[in-house]
Design a protein around this ligand. Structure first.
Ligand SMILES: Cc1cc2nc3c(=O)[nH]c(=O)nc-3n(C[C@H](O)[C@H](O)[C@H](O)COP(=O)(O)OP(=O)(O)OC[C@H]3O[C@@H](n4cnc5c(N)ncnc54)[C@H](O)[C@@H]3O)c2cc1C
Length: 67
């Protein structure tokens, strides 16, 4: 799925990425804009598509200090 890992657009309240992008990709793209996602999984190498496919549970996720 690496061909679908593109970061398409980073906005202040949303980011548009390919399903193969990882949370690490998302965090790096957000940090380049001075932003942090409001929540992240503890393991950043999960894909966005794979996370959504299993329902995105927050029990092992961490809220970030996005202020
Ligand atoms: C260490 C660890 C920590 C985790 N922490 C969290 C957490 O904090 N929150 C949370 O919600 N989940 C968490 N998970 C679960 C994780 O979200 C799932 O295992 C997810 O399916 C991983 O997706 P992947 O694509 O990275 O892995 P893969 O092994 O590549 O894929 C896993 C499954 O997802 C399917 N899949 C992948 N991409 C897509 C797609 N684009 N469309 C449809 N199906 C797809 C695959 O076919 C496969 O069945 C964690 C898992 C691990 C191993």
């Amino acid at each position: 799925m690496s061909g679908h890992a593109a970061i398409h657009d980073v906005g202040r309240d949303r980011i548009v990425v390919g399903a193969g992008a990882t949370w690490r990709d998302v965090l790096a793209a957000a940090l380049r804009e001075g932003l942090t996602p409001p929540v992240l999984p503890e393991y950043l190498d999960l894909s966005i598509g794979g996370t959504i496919a299993v329902g995105w549970r927050s029990t092992s996720s961490r809220a970030t200090d996005a202020s």
